[in-house]
Design a protein around this ligand. Structure first.
Ligand code: S3P
Length: 169
């Protein structure tokens, strides 16, 4: 196991950060923290409602405060939201106390997984494909630059991805 105090999953919506992360955390004996779920627990509402009431800026402020807090801990597998890497402050905190795994996934696979999803405000409205492609262009290089390890999760079942990742860590 790598020596960083935490394992961190980054990557786009629909990459499997939550599902693979939960399984991998159980196997590695790490506490699983999903940032979006924790924000929802704290606020007592959903990510879309936070976006609606406070805008994306309000959501990002909450996300940044949460990451600062969570990354003080150790022995955790932290699944970040897809946009967490946009803030330099978050990148610094994740890097300082985390071994960072980038879960890569193709846009077609994202589309398949998110076709009927209503929990991602950034994908609301028509043409999810164009939105996902634009996000991939903007954020792909940021994920890649931040990662200690890039893992191609495209087309893999959750258990298979967790198996392969476990073998790599
Ligand atoms: C976002 C991704 C979501 C969530 C929010 C914004 C993004 O998390 O944090 O809807 O900017 O890509 P997931 O990556 O877990 O879907």
């Amino acid at each position: 196991m790598n020596p960083a105090p935490n394992l961190v999953l980054i990557g786009p919506m629909g990459a499997g950060k939550t599902s693979i992360g939960r399984k991998l955390a159980a196997r590695l004996g790490l506490d699983f923290v999903d940032c979006d779920h924790r924000l929802e627990e704290r606020t007592g509402t959903s990510v879309p409602v936070i976006f609606e009431c406070e805008g994306e800026a309000g959501f990002r402020a909450r996300e940044t405060a949460l990451i600062a807090e969570v990354m003080q801990g150790q022995g955790q597998l932290v699944a970040t939201g897809g946009g967490a890497v946009l803030a330099e402050e978050n990148r610094r905190r994740l890097r300082e106390r985390g071994f960072i795994v980038y879960l890569q996934v193709s846009v077609p696979q994202q589309l398949e997984r998110l076709a009927r999803d209503r929990s991602r405000p950034l994908l609301a409205g028509p043409d999810k494909q164009a939105r996902l492609e634009a996000l991939a262009q903007q954020r792909g290089p940021v994920y890649a630059a931040l990662a200690d390890l890039a893992f191609d999760a495209d087309g893999l079942a959750v258990a298979t991805a967790a198996d392969r990742l476990q073998a790599l860590l």
